[in-house]
Design a protein around this ligand. Sequence first.
Ligand code: AMP
Length: 341
Amino acid sequence: MTAIATLGSHCALQVLKGAKDEGLKTILVCERKRERLYRRFSFIDELILVDSFTEILEQKHQSILEQNNAVLIPHGTLIAQMSSEQIESIKTPIFGNKWILRWESDRTMKEKLMREAKLPVPKPVLHSKDIDKLVIVKRQGAAGGKGYFLAANQEDYNKKREQLISQGIISKEETLYIQEYAAGVLAYLQFFYSPLKEELEFFGADQRHESDIEGLARIPSEQQLKNTKVPSFNVIGNSPIVLRESLLDEVYTMGENFVEASKRIVSPGMNGPFCIEGVYDENAKFTSFEFSARIVAGTNIYMDGSPYYSLLFNEPMSMGKRIAREIKTAKETNQLDKITT
Ligand code: AMP
């Protein structure tokens, strides 16, 4: 029997619930401090308790996963808490393409892949002295928007950077990535590419709620101006958005271009769930500032199925269940190597 394993955070609940619904065994790698939370859910069959997630690299934990024929589902926490080298060294088969996760973590590689996929990306600003319009300054990896800041010019950049360093939020050595700020309606486009069916599915879209930038927008400008704290973009939660139907064709095209570019650049390509993140401007033109090469937490809003998946499946289908379905089909047809790395 195949088991599904994941780290206890991010989207673990929907991943394991989906796996259980598909009749698979479920294993959660769980930090001791979260044990009480996850014990509340009866669809989790087994807990591997750790003090830190990097412990899953240890042989004893790898052996448990191996004995269970486990497939590990990667998500944002894996990327945030482990280096690319550590992720690549995991012996347990990883759903999707573990090699592409490095392209998500490294800003320069990320931009290269996005350009290869012909995604309209915001202009990068190579040096703070070149800032001549509003920019957003980002950290490497899946930082979840923590420590990001906006700057209008070099002086503004230096002031805010120093403030964040003195608060211990970013480090002095950290290479920050600067790109033009794109204004518009946020849309995080969630996809699933099935290498078994060789088909792209559009699952849904979500918006992120980020603190404290969102809180700042709720107070009058007079108070905003008096605020001296550098507002961050720390994700607190997500909510659904449905797009104008006339935008869907382009959404599929962007997803397909991304899948094709990934196949060319980082074999075996973008298999499984992924997300293209950006904004629509006043002309409904999309600018994409980010991708995630694995399931995003924004899919948690559709645990009972998404509007777009209800058009494709005649049953409630979460992203977690879709992953489990792919694994089950691959197992039954002896193609697990096609969907894991
Ligand atoms: P990221 O880590 O790139 O997903 O960025 C975190 C958050 O920062 C996003 O959810 C957006 O709210 C915001 N953001 C990032 N890049 C841009 C951009 N170029 N223009 C506008 N907002 C951005």
